[in-house]
Write a protein that binds this ligand. Structure first.
Ligand code: UD1
Length: 430
């Protein structure tokens, strides 16, 4: 199994191209099940989760062709992928496929809307909390779906004439349930109004793509999304938006090691709250023509308290990385996780590098130390593992991160991007 070996201590200098967002690419790919026409997605990142979803969509009958496009010599390999699902050949998403990635559960929305039925295994995915599916079920029931749970599967059927538009307010903000309800409602009879909807940029990206396919969605990016059902959707061509989590991760890496890096092909507006926290920690962040410049010279890292929240709050997907940064702050900081109850698994591993962190309920108290020291550590989930990489870049000596398959799910060409900026990072295959 691959590991990542990091020799810490180097500043980062150079340019890092930011990939298309994994969390936008996945729902956009799933949206291809809503039409018998071709959906073409540009700027799709090359990640294990994308490959897994390609297998799942193929199982439902999608024809998928990939054009590798070399955007810049040897750098960004944003791919263009064509998805054509003339016929849905299977409305079952089996356990063997769904258990590997939670987002694959989301096929339930398009399958139900287009075929009137879906049988989808309850999901797996990162071990960061219980992550139930009650909101999906409640929301689809509001659209008149009949839902039964049997032997680990959700069996959903629509009324004879199809799903029926309705007003549904989420009791809790959920990105996935917003994606699914929005997709399902595009083909429902009548109008659906979703209240307390997720406002994440990836939700907006999906809504914009669906509109390009002929859907009638308004209000995306606000808490109330209105979807006027249409008879059918057509194909479209859509570019996946930049990955704000990858952007924030590299910004934090620079803040931690020091240096001067341009994050290319990304957009500050996607992650205001996180960038503001990084600025308060002592990095200079400015907008450039092609993206964002992050600089930290000399001065130490300042402690900053954060609380994770749905967009536009501080993203839970950057919490572990920010904790990595705070381990070397000059003073004590507090990080409160409000989205997932079990998202502190990186704490034990950061402690192996010498970090001083104590947990009390959903809040971590981090007492900054003047240096971290490299050690063998284990990746536990996608975002936690990259926090170990960041900490390893700033630690003295060698850090060996095992179980890197977590990283491969969400970070495209991580070693290469960091190495080009002067870091000592390499993949070791046993
Ligand atoms: C998405 C992101 C993930 C991110 C998360 C929160 C993708 C592929 N994944 O995950 O990276 O960390 O948003 O920004 O886009 N919940 C329920 N019942 C439900 C559904 C969710 O209680 O039916 C809870 C979850 O357990 C969690 C909270 O709602 O506590 C938010 O989860 P949600 O926004 O749904 O996360 P995902 O869409 O799975």
């Amino acid at each position: 199994m691959d590991r990542i070996r990091i020799v810490g201590g180097n500043e980062l200098h150079g340019v890092i191209p930011i990939s298309g967002a994994k969390n936008a690419a996945l729902p956009l790919m799933i949206a291809s099940l809503l039409t018998d026409d071709t959906l073409t997605l540009e700027n799709v990142p090359h990640l294990a989760d994308v490959e897994q979803l390609i297998r799942i969509l193929g199982n439902h009958g999608a024809d998928i062709s990939v054009n590798g496009r070399r955007e810049r010599q040897g750098e960004s390999y944003a791919r263009t992928i064509h998805f054509t699902c003339r016929n849905i050949v299977d409305t079952t998403a089996p356990y063997e496929l769904v258990s590997k990635m939670r987002a694959s559960f989301w096929v339930i929305g398009p399958l139900l809307a287009r075929e009137g039925k879906a049988r989808v295994s309850l999901p797996g995915g990162c071990a960061i909390g219980t992550r139930p599916v009650d909101l999906f079920i409640e929301g689809l029931q509001a659209l008149s779906a009949n839902i039964e749970i049997d032997s680990g599967y959700v069996n959903a059927t629509a009324p004879a004439g199809g799903l029926i538009g309705a007003r549904y307010t989420f009791p809790k903000v959920s990105v996935g349930a917003t994606h699914v309800l929005m997709m399902a409602a595009t083909l429902a009879n009548g109008t659906t109004v979703l209240g307390n909807a997720a406002r994440e940029p990836e939700v907006v990206d999906l809504a914009n793509c669906l509109n390009a396919m002929g859907a009638k969605i308004t209000g995306q990016g606000t808490a109330t999304i209105t979807i006027e059902g249409v008879r059918s959707l057509s194909g479209a061509r859509h570019r996946v938006l930049p990955d704000r989590i990858e952007t924030g991760t590299y910004a934090m890496a620079v803040a931690m090691t020091g240096g001067d890096v341009i994050l290319e092909d990304t957009d500050m507006a996607l992650l205001d709250t996180a960038l503001e926290a990084i600025r308060r920690a002592g990095a200079e962040i400015t907008e450039t023509n092609s993206g964002i410049r992050v600089v930290r010279n000399g001065a130490g890292i300042k402690p900053v308290d954060i609380v994770t929240d749905p967009f536009p709050g501080f993203p839970t997907d950057l919490q572990a990385q920010f904790m990595g940064l705070m381990t070397m702050a000059k003073g004590t900081s507090h990080i409160t996780e409000t989205i997932f109850e079990n998202r502190f698994m990186h704490v034990q591993e950061l402690a192996r590098l010498g970090a001083k962190i104590s947990l009390s309920g959903q809040t971590a108290k981090i007492e900054g130390v003047s240096r971290l020291k490299g050690a063998p550590v284990m990746a536990t989930d996608l975002r936690a593992s990259v926090s170990l990489v960041i900490a390893g870049l700033a630690a003295e000596g060698e850090t060996m991160v095992s179980r890197v398959y977590h990283l491969d799910r969400g970070f495209e060409r991580l070693e290469e991007k960091l190495t080009r900026c002067g870091a000592h990072v390499e993949r070791v295959s046993d």
